[in-house]
Design a protein around this ligand. Structure first.
Ligand code: PMV
Length: 340
């Protein structure tokens, strides 16, 4: 099955016309158990399931509406339609709405602080598909939105929902059983802080990094087994609000993902010397009794996990940390979760 056929299966005989304006918000998300490796590149089907937490009101606000010609406003700047970001957004809109769509205006704004080094493609595609759902009057269920968001960027599938979200790998070739689902549990005292080491564009994007690892790392074969151990540990930690188990599992999962990359030939290494310096500082702080753990994605920045009761100690330890309120929702996202 190709992307077009998958979109046809989901949209059925619904109109592809952008009939009016649609506005939506989607949060960014950070995986506690990572997605690393695709089993199908065309449909963005992952090798393993993954589990994330969404970043409250940090994410992307997007409005789409019909227009005489294509116009993209990105964080307040007009982008030429041949800009790589504009091209990616327009290609996705044409995939969902058909090539005959005359013109579309897209206004998209990230509430993620610039320079935080947080990826915005996940919240970007999730907000875009929700905005299109409104603009075209599709009224899709949450599960269907997560499948369509996946076609924009894999991790976007988890950004459809707030809170903890599990993305099921599924086993079907057509990807119809590969979707994301929100967990019922909330953990208001859990905190995530972003430690920005560099906000520069990374040299290897996640798609290329994944491909290099799956095809050229002897350690990649151990990765699905690691995820199979970590997912149930994380689910239990979340259910029982067992912070030590959550932190240990998330940190070890991230380090294992990076180990598979480092072992690739040629290697994929996102860490900078300061990233490693901070890892040592975090391990030292833990030995001295401060319960703080980290996770890392396809970049040099660390995301710290800790509890509300330790926030002031953690801020003394890392004064430049951007702390995220994971359960704060914007007026858009509070309008309720999509139907499942
Ligand atoms: O969805 P992508 O292609 O940006 O890949 C995301 C990969 C990681 O951030 C490293 C892991 C994850 O699960 O988010």
């Amino acid at each position: 099955m190709n992307r077009e056929a998958l979109v046809d299966t989901i949209l059925g005989d619904r109109t592809r016309e952008i009939g009016g304006a649609g506005t939506a918000f989607a949060p960014a998300n950070i995986a506690l158990c990572k997605y690393w490796g695709k089993r199908n590149e065309e449909l963005n089907l992952p090798v393993t399931s993954s589990l994330s937490v969404s970043l409250g009101s940090l994410g992307t606000h997007t409005t789409v509406e019909p227009a005489g010609q294509d116009a993209i406003l990105f964080n307040g700047d007009v982008l030429p339609t041949n800009h790589p970001i504009a091209e990616r957004l327009l290609k996705y809109i044409r995939l969902l709405c058909g090539g005959s769509t005359s013109g579309v205006s897209v206004e998209t704004r990230n509430s993620i602080p610039t320079g935080a080094g947080l990826a915005s493609s996940a919240s970007g595609f999730a907000a875009l598909v929700k905005a299109l759902d409104q603009a075209c009057g599709w009224n899709l269920a949450g599960r269907e939105l997560t499948i369509l968001a996946r076609l924009g960027s894999g991790s976007a599938t988890r950004s459809i929902y707030p809170g903890f979200v599990e993305w099921h790998r599924g086993s079907r070739d057509d990807g119809m059983d590969c979707y994301a689902e929100a967990l019922d549990d909330q953990w208001p005292d859990l905190r995530l802080g972003v430690l920005t080491i560099s906000a520069e564009q990374k040299r290897i994007g996640s798609t290329a990094g994944m491909k290099q690892t799956t095809t050229a790392s002897p350690l990649y074969q151990a990765w699905p087994g690691k995820v199979a151990e970590d997912l149930p540990r994380l689910r239990t930690a979340i259910e029982q609000q067992d912070f030590q188990q959550l932190g240990e599992t998330a940190e070890s999962n991230a380090l294992s993902m990076h180990a598979t990359m480092i072992a690739a030939q040629p290697p994929v290494l996102y860490w900078l010397p300061e990233s490693v310096g901070w890892m040592h500082r975090i391990w030292d702080a833990r030995r001295e009794g401060l319960p703080v753990y980290f996770t890392m994605d396809a970049g040099p920045n660390l995301k710290l996990l800790f509890l509300k009761e330790d926030e002031s100690m953690v801020m003394r330890f890392a004064p430049d940390l951007t702390v995220v309120d994971l359960w704060e929702q914007t007026s858009c996202s509070r309008q309720g979760r999509p139907k499942t």
